[in-house]
Every structure is written in structure tokens, then in C-alpha cells.
Write a new protein. Structure first.
Length: 399
């Protein structure tokens, strides 16, 4: 967007230098009516919010639970969160001092980075990875240091982490189960990474929002459960993915009191508190509808397996997703940038996916396909994808 030199001159440099989401960029290329284009782009589950959770939200409105809450979040909800978290993390969290309810997990990312990062501090990011981390680091005046994990099939290795650590390193952000690749790290892999992190006295933000959307175990392990890691780790989670509650905007952070207290200062200033109605619904989501993730995983496993079967038939390679609802497919053989490939799909067969370069430069050569759609839609989408690939192959054979 352009403006007068005076307007640009007065803009905060960190804001001005922060790019927009590459994922949202795809929508700019769609010229036809939205209902004519199949969009396998946004990380949003198509299934409804669980019934009891919705009813709890309605009840909150009817009973006028529509005022401000405790800035940290309703204490009853924080107690429920800590009870819920005991299943996934080896050490307990104090509901009074070690839990902060946020406006979605996105706010949690921003709070953690702003509280920990001083201008010039380096933040180590796994790549390919969710781009909001890079944006938040830039906004805070930090320096994103991106680790290329393509050679290790998108798994962060201790030696890769060691190579990028410097005297300016402050924070490591882990995103496993990984968006966009679906890779899940084992407990042993996390122990080995933790050893490096402890040796260099770094903080960790672990984004665990997909921790229950995994296919080979009940939940994904977290670095927060590694011995002696709790005191240097912030755990980010929320209900958007696990309970189909993207619009309710409920997330939470777990961590040591000394860190949560600092995040709380920013949260109090920026938003005051999360929605009272959403917090009431969240209490039901984590109790009555606690097992919703376990109930929807079989649905996503069936969708994943269908998409992978079709990609195999079409001749597209990938790393098999162990979690999330994405597959990161390799399109290097077509000799196009991932963004050009995305434009080609939209223009040729009315199908939208996300270009790999949206997940940092080390996602180039790939596309992210979301299978958070009904099987009937996925079938039509893969039929269109197959037709587009056939056209590319035909063009290649004629050249």
C-alpha cells in the first residue's frame, strides 16, 4: 500500500518492515466467485463446535455473563485448564499464577515474543514453519533466525540448532506437530533438543495447538515435559483446532509464574481479558467435550489417507503427516516457483492451496494442502489437481 512520503516516514519501522501473511495472499489471486473455487488453504476445521460447548455459550449470554472477567481469565477456567493439561505435561501448573487465558493462540504468540525479546535479540525458528512467528519477532524488533530442516525431512536436529545459536540468541520457537509439514517429534528428539537449549540458557515457546490432532498416539509429546525445562518454557495452546472454535478466540499460555506475570502486563494493556462468553464455553469444551479431539481424529485420518493415495496416483511426493490436517507436497519437478504453481491451479482448475514460500524461503518447492474438508470436496479438489498436473505434464512433453 502506498502513501505520501510524510506518512511513510512516520510509520513505526518494525511495523512497516513486517510483511502480510503469505497464506492470506492467495485469496488475492481468486477472481471468480468464492463458491466456484475450492479453497484448501485456511487452517480451519469444517466440523461444527461441539453441541454442549455451543449451548454453554448461549447460556452465558442468557444469564448475562457478558462482563469483564479477571484479566488472567476466569479462575474456574484456569483450574480446568491446569487439570486438562496434567494429561499432557509431566509437571503441574498453578491455576492462579501459571496460566493466562488469551484471545486465541495468536495473541499468545505475540505476548510471549514481546515479553522475552529485546531489540536485536535473535529468535530461532523452525523452517518451514508458521509465518506468524516471523512477523511477531519483527514487530518486537527481534531478529528471526530461520533453521532449514528440509535435509532432515522437516525434523529439527540438535546439530542444526547448535549451528545457529549465537551470543544474541534469546528464544527458540518449536512448532510440533508442525504446520505445514505435519511432522511430530518424538520424546527422545525433544530431550536432545532440550539439552542444547539448556546448555545455552535459552527460552522456549512451544506451540502445542495441534498436540491432540495426531494419528499414531493419543497426543504429541512436548518439550515442556522434559526434566528441568518447565522453568524456561512457555506452552501455547488453544481450542481453535481441537474443538473447532476458531471464531471463539480462546487460547492459553502455561509457564513459570515469573514469565506469566510479564506476559500478563501486556495482555492487560492490549485486550483486558478474553471474551467472557467464550471463556464460559471453553469450560464446557475442556470438560463435557474434553474428548472431542479423539472423536475427530479418525475423520481426519480417513481424509489424510485419501489425499495421500491420490497424490501417490498423481505422482506427487510428500512427507507423510503424523499430525495436523495438512500435507506438504513437493512440486519441484515442475520447474515453477510455488507461488506460480498456486496461481496456475487457481487460473486453470479453480483450486486454491498455499505456496510453500509462505512458510519462509525454505518452503519453496512445496505446496500446503489442507484436508480440513469433507471427503466429497477433497475428491473434487484432487480431481481438479490431477487435471492441472496432467496439463503441466503435457506442456512439458511438447516443449
Amino acid at each position: 500500500m502506498k502513501g505520501t512520503p510524510l506518512m511513510t516516514k512516520n510509520i513505526n519501522k518494525n511495523v512497516h518492515n513486517t510483511g502480510l501473511s503469505g497464506i492470506r495472499l492467495v485469496s488475492n489471486f481468486i477472481k471468480k466467485p468464492v463458491n466456484e473455487v475450492i479453497q484448501l488453504t485456511v487452517g480451519e476445521i469444517d466440523l461444527p463446535t461441539p453441541f454442549a460447548t455451543k449451548q454453554a455459550g448461549i447460556k452465558a449470554i442468557e444469564q448475562d455473563h457478558t462482563k469483564y472477567t479477571d484479566n488472567m481469565g476466569i479462575l474456574a477456567l484456569r483450574r480446568i485448564i491446569t487439570e486438562y493439561a496434567q494429561e499432557f505435561y509431566s509437571e503441574p501448573y498453578n491455576p492462579v499464577t501459571e496460566v493466562l487465558v488469551t484471545v486465541g493462540a495468536s495473541e499468545g504468540i505475540d505476548l510471549a515474543i514481546r515479553a522475552l525479546v529485546n531489540p536485536g535479540d535473535e529468535v530461532i525458528l523452525v523452517s518451514p514453519g508458521y509465518t506468524a512467528y516471523t512477523q511477531a519477532v519483527t514487530l518486537a524488533g527481534g531478529v528471526p533466525v530461520v533453521v532449514d530442516t528440509r535435509s532432515s525431512n522437516f525434523r529439527l536436529l540438535p546439530n542444526q540448532l547448535e549451528e545457529v545459536i549465537s551470543e544474541k540468541s534469546k528464544l527458540v520457537i518449536l512448532n510440533y506437530p508442525n504446520n505445514p509439514s505435519g511432522v511430530v517429534l518424538s520424546s527422545q528428539e525433544l530431550v536432545e533438543l532440550a539439552n542444547v537449549i539448556k546448555r545455552h540458557d535459552l527460552y522456549v515457546l512451544t506451540d502445542d495447538v495441534y498436540n491432540r490432532l495426531v494419528y499414531d498416539q493419543d497426543f504429541a509429546p512436548s518439550i515442556a515435559s522434559v526434566p528441568d525445562m518447565k522453568e524456561r518454557t512457555l506452552v501455547l495452546n488453544g481450542l481453535s483446532k481441537s474443538h473447532s472454535m476458531t471464531g471463539w478466540r480462546i487460547g492459553y499460555l502455561l509457564g513459570p509464574e515469573c514469565l506469566i506475570h510479564e506476559l500478563y502486563k501486556i495482555h492487560q494493556t492490549d485486550v483486558g481479558c478474553a471474551s467472557s462468553i467464550s471463556q464460559e464455553a471453553a469450560m464446557t469444551a475442556l470438560t463435557v467435550d474434553r474428548d472431542n479431539p479423539s472423536e475427530i481424529v479418525p475423520i481426519f485420518r480417513e481424509r489424510r489417507d485419501y489425499v495421500l493415495k491420490r497424490l501417490d496416483e498423481i505422482g506427487i511426493s510428500y512427507i507423510k503427516p503424523e499430525g495436523t490436517f495438512y500435507v506438504f507436497a513437493n512440486i519441484e519437478k515442475f520447474g515453477m516457483t510455488s507461488l506460480d504453481f498456486v496461481k496456475f491451479l487457481i487460473e486453470t482448475v479453480d483450486l486454491a492451496v498455499v505456496h510453500g514460500s509462505a512458510f519462509t524461503e525454505f518452503g519453496e518447492g512445496f505446496i500446503r494442502i489442507s484436508y480440513a474438508m469433507d471427503l466429497s470436496i477433497l475428491k473434487e479438489a484432487l480431481d481438479r489437481f490431477q487435471a492441472a498436473v496432467a496439463k503441466l505434464n503435457n506442456q512439458k512433453s511438447l516443449s
